[in-house]
Design a protein around this ligand. Structure first.
Ligand SMILES: [Zn+2]
Length: 202
């Protein structure tokens, strides 16, 4: 699967298998913790920051809002300012990434990212969590560390690698839980969004 250049590749190997005469299947995986849909903890870019096992479960479980971003280059201040974002919101940013970039097995260097200015704006509100639809909140060429530091330094929990293709703008119930890797700066996560059948959760 596609991964950030220089990060470890994902491997899943069967160490025991029926095909080898074993009477069960047993697999081994190795991967970077920033593989596929995953979360970043503050420690990723903040010295002494919280680790992924310290995430409060309600950071990424509860009501979330999908905001559709038109800008084909980056998430900029103007589009966020128009969205009337309130403190404590969980925000998922659906960009042009969702409609095409996941189809390629090659890493897409020109993915839509959150500009440093827009990240600082989200940090000033501040929101509870932000999710993006490619492998990093920051850009490949620009605003990588800056955007991470602005968000993570404000205590905003970061979800990366979402596929938001099936969602339109509006409110959903988000359930995103990272693996509890003790002391790690990030972890793979399974994330789903649904139109709630039990009323929109807080
Ligand atoms: Zn990451």
């Amino acid at each position: 699967m596609v991964h950030w250049p220089g990060d470890p590749e994902f491997h899943l190997n069967r160490v025991r298998d029926y095909a080898n005469g074993d009477d069960l299947v047993l697999s081994h995986i190795d991967l970077g913790v920033h593989t596929g849909t995953h979360m970043d903890a503050p420690l990723h870019f903040i010295r002494g920051g919280a680790t992924i096992d310290e995430i409060p479960l309600d950071a990424t479980v509860g009501r979330a809002r999908v905001i559709e971003i038109d800008d084909p280059e980056s998430v900029k201040l103007a589009e966020l300012e128009a969205a009337n974002i309130r403190p404590g919101e969980r925000i998922l940013l659906k960009t042009a990434n969702s409609s095409g970039r996941w189809k390629s097995a090659e890493f897409q260097e020109d993915f839509v990212y959150i500009s440093h200015e827009a990240a600082a704006f989200l940090a000033s509100i501040p929101i509870r969590a932000v999710g993006v639809d490619y492998l990093s909140v920051g850009g490949f060429y620009k605003d990588g560390p800056e955007t991470h530091r602005a968000l993570l330094g404000a205590g905003i929990w970061v979800i990366e690698g979402l596929n938001l293709a099936a969602l339109t703008a509006g409110d959903y119930e988000l359930i995103c839980l990272p693996l509890k890797l003790m002391g790690a700066e990030g972890a793979p996560a399974r994330a789903i969004a649904r139109t709630s059948t039990i009323g929109v959760a807080a």
